[in-house]
Design a protein around this ligand. Structure first.
Ligand SMILES: Nc1ncnc2c1ncn2[C@@H]1O[C@H](COP(=O)(O)OP(=O)(O)OP(=O)(O)O)[C@@H](O)[C@H]1O
Ligand SMILES: [Mg+2]
Length: 424
């Protein structure tokens, strides 16, 4: 529809304006079935819809009853004047005329239902509208932006993989303007929702319990929206209950996210990665997050080797987080020589802005905006997107290290041992 946007807030999922009690009852049942609030189903047909939408934000889906309209096409055009773009409009009426039907469709109406209505017919139309609602995302996409999936893996616990995931999710959605999904597969202890000050909801748990239910519509309902361009799927599963999954739910979710978003960021704990390596088989970028310590050097070597074996085509981007010049356990140079490749991006240890982000319920990258620290995120994002868009498969900064110069090698042959072990 044609009106300019009125309100910045999130839209209602559904509004209905109907002419009679029978239709009102039926629409309320259908809206309830879709999980939408039924209070937004109003009496009063097309004219009321025009009045109401002229002073309030338009919903995602609008149902209008045209039974009392003397001049349907004119009235629909009046509706278009007040209805914001992106709203999917379903009309209902008593006139059974193909010409009218065609004219309505060409005026931007999604569907025209002939009264008396049946519940099944309304449900089907609402379900289609809901599915179409994700279409603007696709229409927004530029053709040169194919879907990109990125897996973020911490080489050890607590190195900051989730901080990097939420920050990149923010940066990709807000700064690169990609429709982004963040999938947090740390089902018990994930912090994706917590970091962004959101309730995780039941979506991920439902998906694990019933993988066969995962489809486009499920994704649409289960994702928690952080903004117009960023949605999240995560959980805080009860810790007295193990999560029973063969990984198929996670795989199916990735599949559906690929259809619905331009960018998927999967925060994947190592204990999920190891039993289900196929979860990263489609990842265009693997973001390995490490800190600059001896233990992380060991596990970086092992994981680099694991990825080489399990996802040979993937581009590995190596991020060294919590970096502290001069006071850290290892210097960057020592770390790089022990792992026999270069670090792509270094993120400094920054307790001040990190704690500010936690207090405000925002990602670290968002808090960095306008400060010198934001450069890191711009660089990391550029590295990922350049690789994604040009389908470069090899990490550009990958260095061919000299095994003789390995730090750990110097520390009594440990480096060589770990390299060999990792390569097994
Ligand atoms: N660059 C940084 N400077 C300061 N603190 C940081 C930095 N990066 C992460 N942190 C902090 O380190 C802690 C661990 O970070 P995070 O939860 O992202 O790690 P993780 O690798 O996802 O951990 P887990 O293994 O539990 O999944 C958090 O308190 C986070 O705020
Ligand atoms: Mg984590």
């Amino acid at each position: 529809m044609n009106a300019p946007f009125k309100a910045a807030g999130l839209r209602d999922p559904f509004n209905a304006f109907v002419c009679d009690d029978e239709t009102l009852d039926l629409i309320r049942v259908a809206a309830g079935d879709m999980g939408w609030p039924i209070e937004k189903c109003n009496k009063g047909g097309l004219r009321n819809a025009v009045q109401s939408l002229s002073v309030s934000a338009s919903p995602n889906i609008l149902f209008v009853d045209m039974s009392e309209s003397g001049d349907p096409i004119n009235d629909i055009n009046a509706l278009a004047e007040v209805c914001e773009p992106g709203t999917v409009v379903i009309a209902a009426g008593q006139v059974n005329d193909v010409r009218l039907y065609r004219d309505l469709l060409s005026s931007g109406i999604q569907d025209y239902l002939l009264k008396p209505l049946s519940l099944d017919q309304v449900r089907e139309s609402l379900t289609t509208a809901q599915a179409i609602l994700s279409a603007p995302k696709h229409a927004d996409m530029h053709d040169d932006k194919p879907h990109h999936m990125m897996a973020v893996v911490g080489v050890r616990g607590g190195v900051g993989a989730s901080m990097v995931s939420t920050s990149l999710a923010w940066a990709m959605s807000e700064q690169a303007e990609r429709q982004t999904a963040l999938l947090d597969l740390d089902v018990h202890f994930g912090t994706g929702a917590l970091t962004l000050d959101l309730e995780p909801g039941r979506g991920l748990i439902d998906a694990i319990d019933n993988p066969s239910r995962i489809d486009g519509l499920f994704i649409e309902r289960a994702m928690v929206r952080a903004s117009d361009k960023l949605s999240l799927l995560s959980a805080e599963a009860p810790i007295h209950q193990p999560v029973m999954t063969d990984g198929s739910a996670f795989f199916q979710l990735e599949e559906e996210l690929r259809n619905a978003f331009e960018m998927t960021i999967v925060d994947i704990p190592r204990q999920v990665l190891i039993p289900f390596p196929h979860l990263v088989s489609e990842a265009g970028t693997i973001l390995l997050v490490s800190d600059v310590t001896l233990a992380s050097a060991r596990d970086t070597i092992r994981l680099l080797s694991w990825f080489k074996q399990n996802v040979p085509g993937a581009r590995i981007v190596l991020v060294a987080n919590k970096f502290q010049n001069a006071v850290g356990e290892l210097s960057r140079k020592e770390f790089e020589s022990s792992i026999e490749r270069q670090v792509d991006i270094t993120i400094p240890f920054d307790p001040k802005l990190v704690s500010q982000a936690a207090k405000l319920g925002k990602s670290y990258a968002e808090i960095c905006k306008g400060t010198k620290a934001s450069q890191v995120w711009t660089n990391l994002m550029r590295l990922i997107l350049d690789g994604a868009d040009s389908e470069v498969e090899e990490a550009p900064a990958a260095a061919k290290g000299k095994s003789g110069s390995s730090l750990l090698g110097k520390l009594g042959g440990l480096g060589g041992m770990m390299t060999k072990k990792g390569a097994k």
